[in-house]
Design a protein around this ligand. Structure first.
Ligand SMILES: [Zn+2]
Ligand SMILES: [Zn+2]
Ligand SMILES: [Zn+2]
Length: 142
C-alpha cells in the first residue's frame, strides 16, 4: 500500500502508532493482506471427484443439512449437500471427513477449497458451480 508507506516516511519511524488500537489494526491489516496473497492451485487430483452441477443450480441461502444454520455455509461439490463452516458448527469439515468428499465451495466468498490439498482451487471445472452460486448471491453471472 503506497499510502501507508508515505505516511510512515512522514512520521519518521517513531510514534508510528498513536495507540494500541492502531497497532492492533496494523497487524489485522497485515493478516488480511497475507490471506489474499495465497495463490489458488490451478489443478489437483481431487478435481476429478467434482460432480456435474444439479439442474436446479445452487442456492446460497440453503441452510446446513445438519443443524439448519443459515448464512456463510459451504456446498460439497461431490454430493451438493450444504453444511455450515468451521466457525459455526463445523459440519462441512465433518462431512468432508465422514464422506471423504474433498472439494467444497464457500457461499461466503465463492472460493473453492480442497480438504485433501488444504489449498484453494481455481479451475474451469469449477466454473459452473461458481457462476451458479454467484447468480444466486448477486442475481447475475460472474
Ligand atoms: Zn451445521
Ligand atoms: Zn459431499
Ligand atoms: Zn486436492
Amino acid at each position: 500500500m503506497a499510502e501507508q508507506g508515505s505516511s510512515k516516511g512522514a512520521e519518521g519511524g517513531s510514534g508510528q502508532f498513536s495507540s494500541n488500537k492502531d497497532l492492533l489494526k496494523h497487524y489485522e491489516d497485515q493478516g488480511v493482506q497475507a490471506m489474499y496473497a495465497v495463490e489458488p492451485l490451478r489443478y489437483c487430483d481431487h478435481l476429478k471427484e467434482v460432480s456435474p452441477l444439479p439442474e436446479c443450480g445452487l442456492n446460497v441461502d440453503d441452510p446446513c443439512t445438519e443443524c439448519n444454520a443459515t448464512g456463510e455455509n459451504w456446498v460439497c461439490l461431490v454430493c451438493y449437500q450444504v453444511f455450515c463452516s468451521r466457525y459455526v458448527n463445523g459440519h462441512m469439515v465433518k462431512h468432508g471427513e465422514d464422506a471423504d468428499h474433498p472439494m467444497v465451495l464457500s457461499y461466503a466468498d465463492l472460493s473453492v477449497w480442497c480438504y485433501k490439498c488444504e489449498n484453494y482451487l481455481d479451475n474451469t471445472v469449477l466454473g459452473p458451480a461458481k457462476s451458479s452460486a454467484h447468480r444466486s448471491k448477486f442475481g447475475q453471472e460472474i
